[in-house]
Design a protein around this ligand. Sequence first.
Ligand SMILES: [Zn+2]
Length: 205
Amino acid sequence: MNTIQKLEALFKQFPGIGPRQAKRFVYFLLTRNPSYLEELKSLIAELKKETSACQSCFRYFPNAKIKQSLCPTCSDQTREENVLMVVSYDVDFENIEKSGAFKGKYFILGGVVPILESEPEKKIRINELKKSIAARKSKGLGEIIFAFNTNPEGENTLDYVKEEIAEFAKVNNIKISTLGRGLSTGAELEYSDTETLKNAVKNRQ
Ligand SMILES: [Zn+2]
């Protein structure tokens, strides 16, 4: 493979990027000036060094100076401890947070469970979620809200996660809810507007 093909293959692994777009990215880079490419190169090299995964909610956050183990949301004492919102992706967290619809804590699963997946536990942080819920129980956790996209993969993820934690939730009297009306079928949280998210959180069921 030559350099163009190698880069193409890397871009093709990006979420939502097909072979044609991957090719366009490579040719776009070829038209840029050297300083653009230099900046891109150095930012990619720094990305993992300057970012950490929160040890509690698992989201990525900028953490260049004093290496914190908890992100600003998890270390915020004013946030409600009794309610936990579980989302698939960091972008879902960001959008819900931006809407101001929710004041509790979060957990990021890091993916979805595809339909007919034979090893769902390898696709999402289900074991980490179970540990997190168990640890939060002593801090007064009373409700878990599942906030997934309302597409088939999101629904499948919901079914799987619900079943995995049902027993623990029942024994410990933890309410399970999902984002309610207002989120139409096929909705993606990443692209939902503030009003829609506020209603979905308020009308959770
Ligand atoms: Zn966190």
